[in-house]
Design a protein around this ligand. Structure first.
Ligand code: HEC
Ligand code: HEC
Length: 396
């Protein structure tokens, strides 16, 4: 049923009556592109114990989460989250992104996620879209609940504004495109906001699923909708998303400088960069070419390597995870500053934010910032480092 709707690409000119639409939407209650169970994570967790069938546990967790959060055509949120006052998801926005691409009887376009994102991030937001294995870095799996480019400290979720920033500007130097063009059209002006809300929905749904799987595998949790422990897990995840807005770290205004003051600032920044206190050289190398001695694997690929007790350096071992969808483990390279490709933005404020917050889910640590008696760099010294890093980028 849904596939008819999908292939007809129903538009205003060819709009079926409300009754037919109702049938098309509700259909036979089946969705053609269901959320996928998280088999890879389950298999990673279970590999060392060697007991039980990962696919079975993953399927059970998936169907339990579906009772709470609905399907990719018809998303929902469970009452207990609303009752606990921890869900701030705007379901009107979420619904616009869900389902097949097309227009509903109110003429409003739906299926925004399938239209714009699914080829890379997959229907479930698991990062296993058709193009995923060809891309470096890989598209992100939102279900991990970890986001890199945000204005909140490590351990906190991104704010809505952070996700909107990522969608508007894209992630330069990666396949993640900018969707700024949507904002310029009257019809699609709010699509970025809607899509940001859908990312929150997929991330909340997916992280709850992950946490439940971990509880089942490690502690034998009995999965049932009414289980208070399972509900508490869901409440804790949703609460973290609600708390993000209040955790936002603001960035001071960048200093105004004459050309010669800037040259001095760059010189001071160079010294901080090379100092033991910042340790930048360890990863980015003495000239900032991203060739330091410390290099680590992409944290997301550790789900099916390190977590499963597999050394990512040994292809023979990780290949056994391929049947659950595991991709080749890759190194998360420290940035080469000569490229001048800054994923979180190249304004001075963006770089200051990256330095003081680090990049969560990657080896990039927050810089030691002198605050409340803690030893570290003052804000003026951090601006020096920002100026030095930017001075290494190729111009034009
Ligand atoms: C052509 C492939 C592609 C498409 C299409 C795409 N993305 Fe991405 N996306 C990526 C890649 C690759 C990354 C990882 C970049 C990185 O890790 O630095 C990413 C990362 C992200 C992130 C994580 C940012 C962070 O802070 O960690 C979000 C959120 C995101 N994409 C949302 C979307 C949404 C929503 C859409 C559709 C509107 C979309 N993407 C479409 C490839 C894509
Ligand atoms: C332990 C290793 C490590 C150390 C130490 C480290 N970095 Fe990084 N840095 C990384 C990695 C890895 C990335 C790429 C992360 C990603 O985007 O996936 C990165 C990314 C960056 C970026 C890119 C931000 C963007 O928006 O693209 C900047 C700028 C940066 N580092 C500056 C620094 C500076 C300055 C220092 C010292 C104060 C430093 N780093 C210390 C590993 C490190």
């Amino acid at each position: 049923m849904v596939s008819i709707f999908h292939s007809l690409k129903i538009t205003g000119r060819f709009a079926p009556g409300p009754a037919l639409l109702l049938v098309l939407f509700i259909g036979c209650g089946k969705t053609e592109f269901p959320f996928q169970p998280n088999e890879l994570y389950t298999a990673g967790l279970m590999r060392e114990s060697g007991e039980g069938e990962p696919r079975l546990i993953a399927a059970e967790a998936s169907s339990m989460v579906a009772k709470w959060f609905g399907t990719s055509d018809s998303p929902s949120i469970p009452d207990f989250l609303l009752e606990a006052g921890v869900s701030d998801l705007d379901m009107e926005k979420v619904l616009r992104c869900a389902g097949p691409v097309g227009r509903a009887e109110d003429e409003i376009e739906r299926g925004l996620f399938r239209k714009h994102c699914v080829s890379c991030h997959g229907i479930t937001g698991d990062g296993y879209g058709l193009a995923a294995s060809l891309l470096a870095p890989y598209p992100r799996d939102f279900r991990r609940g970890t986001f890199k480019f945000k204005s909140t400290p490590s351990g906190y979720k991104p704010t809505r504004e952070d996700l909107i920033h990522t969608l508007t500007h894209g992630i330069p130097g990666t396949a993640m495109p900018s969707f700024a063009a949507l904002e310029e059209s009257r019809e699609f002006a709010h699509d970025i906001e809607n899509l940001a809300e859908y990312v929150r929905y997929l991330a909340i749904r997916g992280e709850i699923e992950r946490k439940l799987i971990a509880k089942v595998v490690r502690e034998g949790l009995n999965l049932s909708e009414e289980n208070a422990e399972a509900q508490q897990i869901a409440i804790a995840v949703a609460r973290r998303w609600q708390e993000s807005e209040s955790a936002k770290v603001s960035v001071p205004s960048p200093p105004t400088m004459t050309e010669s003051e800037l040259a001095e600032s760059i010189q001071r920044g160079k010294e901080w960069y090379a100092s033991e206190l910042t340790a930048c050289v360890k990863c980015h190398g003495p000239d900032g070419l991203g060739n330091g001695l410390s290099q680590d694997y992409d944290e997301w690929t550790k789900d099916w390597t390190v977590l499963a007790g597999i050394d990512p350096k040994h292809p023979k071992d990780w290949k056994e995870m391929k049947r659950f969808g595991g991709l080749k483990p890759v190194i998360d390279r420290p940035r080469n500053f000569a490229w001048h490709a800054y994923r979180g933005g190249d304004d001075r404020e963006d770089l200051f934010r990256r330095l003081v917050l680090g990049i969560e889910g990657t080896p990039m640590p927050p810089i030691a910032r002198a605050q409340g008696g803690n030893p570290g760099l003052t804000d003026a010294q951090i601006w020096d480092v920002v100026h030095y890093v930017l001075s290494l980028g190729r111009k034009g």
